[in-house]
Ligand binder design. Structure first.
Ligand code: SF4
Length: 370
């Protein structure tokens, strides 16, 4: 069904056609403004499993706070997480920080793709992107966009044996002869993101169409994955939690512990007791002796493998004297006004709750303590 021979045009001329197309107009993205390995490395880590549109909301702010690898290495992880907060997949920020410390200690960035891959959070594709763009020397990459282009261009069928090895092989061959290796990889990523789209590739605009093995016929159908034909995923499991708010507006934030999901981010204090009803007296914790009051609202937050439903419940009175003694380890108390852009990195669900509280005009002038 699929042609098995490689396309007749060698990679070099395909790369030239692709570069002409790229030069005629591409998205002006902030990480395309030079060859600084630090800026390119940060962008490639942020772009892992995250769209360009989302990264644009974080990249400049992150670089303004951490303008070079030395500053990133010197800064406490909590502060790094604060500037990553909302971007998700927080292990990336922890790895970026660990890798920055390694680079700062060595006093130099890695000089080969293999050396980049020794750093935490850098796989083969990320290493290829950083190396080729920052050094303008060739190394292949296979992010989701380039993988799709290669599958289609070279007819690498889903059931093909040694598929992964073949995709790396064709991706490597594509740019090996290019005079502009970094731009060739940028152009491949651009093509996948803007023309060779997953469900409806825009082949009439594609500079590689004349050599593409999947641009029409049955092959196209197989390589196209219309969203509507995707198998519906089963609903993720649901977890419930209650977040408790004292009436004086002082909000208690606690850090997620080591090894837990979202480690190092701060969440509003709560309990895993979805059955708490108005009038329930709390037996333990920083609010022991207080009574649960009315439920203010519910928020839902979806993670990759579960959905969390959080009931936000007001306490009927503030914790009494001595309650601060049982403040959970590393906890911090902040008024609503200082919470959202405050001193600690927040989980996404905590941000949702705070925004809703602010919209509804909730809160008082709580005291700050740590
Ligand atoms: S011709 Fe179509 S399927 Fe082939 S690479 Fe271009 S956009 Fe993708």
């Amino acid at each position: 069904m699929f042609p098995t021979d490689p396309p007749t045009s060698p990679g070099g001329s395909l790369a030239a056609a692709l570069l002409d197309w790229y030069d005629a107009g591409h998205r002006d993205l902030p990480w395309r403004q030079g060859r600084d390995p630090y800026r390119i490395w940060v962008s490639e880590i942020m772009l892992q499993q995250t769209t360009v549109a989302t990264v644009l909301g974080y990249y400049d702010r992150f670089l303004a706070r951490f303008p070079d690898v030395g500053e990133l290495a010197r800064t406490d992880l909590t502060e790094v997480l604060r500037f990553w907060s909302g971007l998700g997949y927080y292990q990336r920020a922890r790895n970026l920080h660990r890798a920055a410390i390694v680079i700062a200690e060595r006093g130099a960035f890695p000089e080969t793709p293999d050396a980049w891959m020794e750093l935490p959070g850098v796989g083969r594709s990320t290493a290829g992107a950083i190396f080729s763009i920052s050094r303008n020397m060739w190394a292949p990459l296979l992010d989701a966009n380039v993988r799709r282009v290669m599958e289609r261009l070279y007819g690498v069928a889903p059931e093909e044996k040694k598929r992964e090895a073949r995709l790396w092989e064709v991706s490597d061959a594509f740019g090996r002869e290019s005079p502009r290796p970094g731009d060739t990889n940028q152009a491949l990523m651009e093509l996948g993101a803007t023309v060779c789209l997953p469900a409806a590739p825009r082949c009439s605009l594609c500079p590689l169409a004349a050599s593409c093995q999947a641009r029409e016929g049955e092959a196209m159908l197989l390589f196209t994955r219309p969203g509507g034909q995707k198998k519906k995923k089963p609903a993720p499991p649901r977890r419930e939690r209650v977040v408790l708010l004292p009436p004086d507006g002082s909000l208690l934030f606690v850090p997620r512990g080591e090894g837990r999901l979202l480690e190092g981010l701060y969440d509003l204090y709560g309990v895993a007791s979805p059955g708490i009803l108005p009038g329930t007296a709390l037996q333990e914790g920083p609010y022991a002796g207080c009574c649960a009051g009315r439920e203010l609202f519910t928020v839902t937050h979806t993670y990759s493998h579960f959905r969390e439903v959080v009931r936000v419940v007001a306490l009927e009175r503030a914790p009494g004297e001595g309650a601060g003694e049982s403040l959970p380890g590393g906890g911090i108390v902040l008024p609503l006004s200082r919470s959202l852009d405050g001193p600690v990195p927040l989980t996404g669900v905590a941000k949702k709750i705070l925004k809703k509280l602010a919209q509804e005009g909730w809160g008082g002038a709580g005291k700050e303590e740590r």
